[in-house]
Write a protein that binds this ligand. Structure first.
Ligand code: AMP
Ligand code: MG
Length: 401
């Protein structure tokens, strides 16, 4: 048997980051930047008003008080986007909106709340400090500043920063494209009627959703149930996928193991037992002219899901050139005893109470028991050489997303 760690290491060694492509901002979201991006203009790019109010010369309001307001004629109004030629001269003011270009001559903006809000003349009840409510050119980002470095993940805010700086496209490693193929004679589409002996396919929905939540663009292929069908499905998906996942058909059982039968002869996919529970039968390799990575996951839903978290999620990160080490591992104290097979690392479904620092193993730890998995927020990790743990023992946890 291969250890979990060496199987993962082999997977990651076989994965090359995706080739960067130039994408418009909307498509670049969720990608990983493959170039440094520097600001070609300062942000803001012009002095502008931070408030709705009046652009003034501050010294005109030095004597303003509540009891004796200073009144100034209003010579115009500047909405945001107005690029016209307003000016503030001594003893006059201009009405100005948030984000509007500060007119020459003005050295302060008085918020409308400090005034009577007049349109022809405005009364000011207090003095204003020079520079008040003005956003200065470059006070956010200076021209030439590094906005984002190569390797940055483009989340919502990072995309906003590029947009704000006027960058319409960027060189990124895009979201990986994933195709999921469920195999099994017993499988039927949810929503269709079944008879005893048949089950509804859940894995392809689960794995495609998990891949999407991990940042991929994922879709499910229709269910296949024979060796030829598996090969056709793979052929079909290869041009549209950066990573393939199959479910089922890899146990040790022989002729019904259609995935194994379809891929064994290629010689580029390795089938092995990994020292883990659930999820022992694992296959991984590459297929097609692009040497596209393929994971052949076991069919039991909990096995398939745990395999996704352990091996596929890091592989998706590797495709984007992101660090693959699992972030935020946790530890907690068991509320109940657990058992684990000798020589295999167990991933038991549990409910972590972070406040109490405890973890409760769920009832229903068999690899078909999706009900318990759906209640879990962590996997409890029991090391290979440990066969039982008691209530009160500390354990390592893997948080589930
Ligand atoms: P296999 O790995 O094909 O031997 O399947 C192991 C177990 O997982 C069997 O009980 C299958 O019925 C079940 N199984 C296989 N594929 C799926 C699927 N796509 N959705 C739900 N259960 C499945
Ligand atoms: Mg099967």
């Amino acid at each position: 048997m291969t250890s979990v760690d060496s199987h993962l290491a082999e997977v990651l060694a076989a994965i090359q980051p995706l080739t960067p492509v130039m994408l418009g901002l909307a498509e670049a979201e969720g990608g990983v930047l493959a170039e440094d991006i520097t600001a070609t203009t300062p942000l803001p790019s012009f002095d502008n008003s931070a408030m709705d109010g009046y652009a003034v010369q501050a010294r005109d309001l030095d004597r303003a008080t509540e009891a004796a307001p200073v009144t100034l004629p209003v010579t115009g109004e500047i909405p945001a986007g107005d690029t016209g030629s307003h000016q503030v001269t001594p003893g006059r003011c201009v009405r100005i909106m948030t984000g509007a270009l500060l007119p020459p001559g003005a050295d302060a903006v008085v918020p409308v709340e400090w005034t009577d809000g007049g349109t022809a003349r405005a009364a000011f009840r207090q003095p204003v400090a020079p520079g008040n409510a003005i956003r200065r050119r470059g006070d956010d980002v200076a021209k030439g500043d590094l906005l984002l470095a190569a390797g940055a993940f483009l989340g919502s805010v990072q995309v906003a920063l590029l947009a704000a700086a006027g960058t319409g496209s960027a060189l990124v490693r895009p979201r990986p494209r994933v195709a999921v193929i469920s195999t099994g004679n017993e499988l039927a589409e949810p929503g269709s009627p079944i008879i005893p002996g048949q089950i509804w396919d859940s894995n392809s929905f689960m794995l495609a959703a998990a891949a999407r939540q991990a940042g991929a663009v994922a879709h499910r292929h229709r269910i296949t149930d024979d060796t030829a069908g598996v090969l056709i499905a793979i052929e079909d998906q290869l041009p549209h996928a950066d990573l393939l996942i199959t479910s089922g058909g890899v146990s040790m059982g022989g002729e019904h193991d259609v995935v194994k039968a379809a891929l064994a002869d290629l010689g580029t996919v390795t089938f092995r037992k990994v020292a883990m529970q659930p999820g022992m039968p694992q296959g991984f390799g590459v297929v097609g002219p692009q040497r596209t990575p393929i994971f052949t996951l076991p069919g039991n839903p909990v096995s398939a899901y745990v395999s996704f978290e352990l091996f596929v999620r890091p592989a998706l990160r590797a495709l984007q050139g992101l660090p693959t080490a699992r972030i935020s591992p946790a530890r907690a104290v068991l509320t109940d005893a657990v058992r684990s097979p000798q020589g295999r690392r167990s991933f038991l479904r549990g409910v972590h109470d972070a406040e109490e620092g405890t973890v409760t193993p769920l009832t229903g730890q068999a690899s078909h028991q999706l009900g318990a998995l759906a209640l879990a927020n962590v996997l409890i990790i029991v090391p290979e050489q440990v066969v039982s743990m008691d209530a009160g023992d500390p354990v390592d946890l893997m948080r589930l997303p």
